[in-house]
Design a protein around this ligand. Structure first.
Ligand SMILES: Cc1cc2nc3c(=O)[nH]c(=O)nc-3n(C[C@H](O)[C@H](O)[C@H](O)COP(=O)(O)O)c2cc1C
Length: 245
């Protein structure tokens, strides 16, 4: 009888221990999942805050930068993508207007789209996303891994499809033509170059590498990505970890 009572006591203690263990361990997991859900609402993904400081000097990033055309299949983390988008078109002025790259007349005719591959970026599903500088967030445009189609539209430069993420930089000329007329087209193209170089240097500072692509069929790209016709693609920057040779 005493033996039975002892056994029941031990069993109850074990159950309590297990319950406490489960609650302690599962709480952080449930909290992280809830945080992710809050981050991803109605097709809008709120990005983590970017950093204003890094450990790689501008000089080193410029010296090391090289166009690469071979990536290894290593997943990027959300912080890296947040940092890259901020460097491309993020708002850097405390008053919340001016951006990371210069813009003629501060008219900001550029848009940045992120083409994310399947299992390529932590917490981001495969698809095409529009970067929203104001909220530092991504809005879903097209849900599918379109890297192969995009590489095909870029004269079959299939190496691009191996990069976890491709940034498509577009210009809406009318936003700048309002003030500068036809010359605005030139200004927008120059801005694309600024954004491209920012991405190159930021990738370098994050221990990543970039590739740049200007050879593609504009209309095909617009149709594949399902972006507005007025958003003319000017450059694609692929980013990821370099494949080791
Ligand atoms: C506007 C522009 C368009 C480019 N287009 C392509 C391209 O379609 N495919 C490609 O493999 N490289 C492309 N490149 C990369 C150049 O080939 C590369 O920058 C050049 O060889 C110098 O090498 P580096 O960038 O490593 O210094 C392009 C570069 C620029 C600036």
């Amino acid at each position: 009888m005493i033996f039975k009572k002892e056994r029941r006591k031990i069993l109850a203690r074990l159950v309590n221990w297990f319950a406490a263990f489960y609650l302690t361990l599962s709480w952080p997991l449930r909290w992280a999942a809830a945080k992710d859900n809050r981050r991803y609402q109605g097709g809008v993904l709120k990005l983590p805050l970017p950093k204003n400081e890094g450990t790689v000097s501008v000089e080193r990033a410029i010296k090391q930068r090289r166009t690469i055309r071979a990536y290894r299949p290593q997943i990027l983390v959300l912080d890296q993508v947040s940092q890259l988008l901020w460097t491309a078109q993020g708002i850097t002025e405390d008053s919340g207007f001016k951006r990371a790259a210069p813009s003629a007349g501060a008219l900001y005719p550029m848009d940045v789209y992120a083409v994310v591959g399947q299992d390529s970026v932590e917490q981001i599903e495969a698809g095409v996303y529009h970067y929203e500088p104001k909220g530092h967030s991504l809005s879903l445009v097209t849900k599918r891994d379109l890297r192969d189609s995009i590489a095909r539209a870029a004269l079959s430069q299939m190496w691009m499809a191996k990069a976890p993420i491709n940034f498509v930089i577009t210009a809406e000329y009318r936003r700048v033509a309002v003030k500068y007329g036809n010359r605005g087209i030139r200004y927008a193209m120059i801005e694309a170059g600024h954004i491209g170089q920012n991405l190159f240097l930021q990738a370098e500072a994050l221990g990543l590498k970039a590739g740049i692509v200007g050879a593609f069929h504009d209309k095909e790209l617009i149709e594949i990505m399902k972006i507005p016709r007025t958003h003319e693609p000017l450059l694609i920057i692929s980013v990821g970890y370099a494949a080791t040779v």
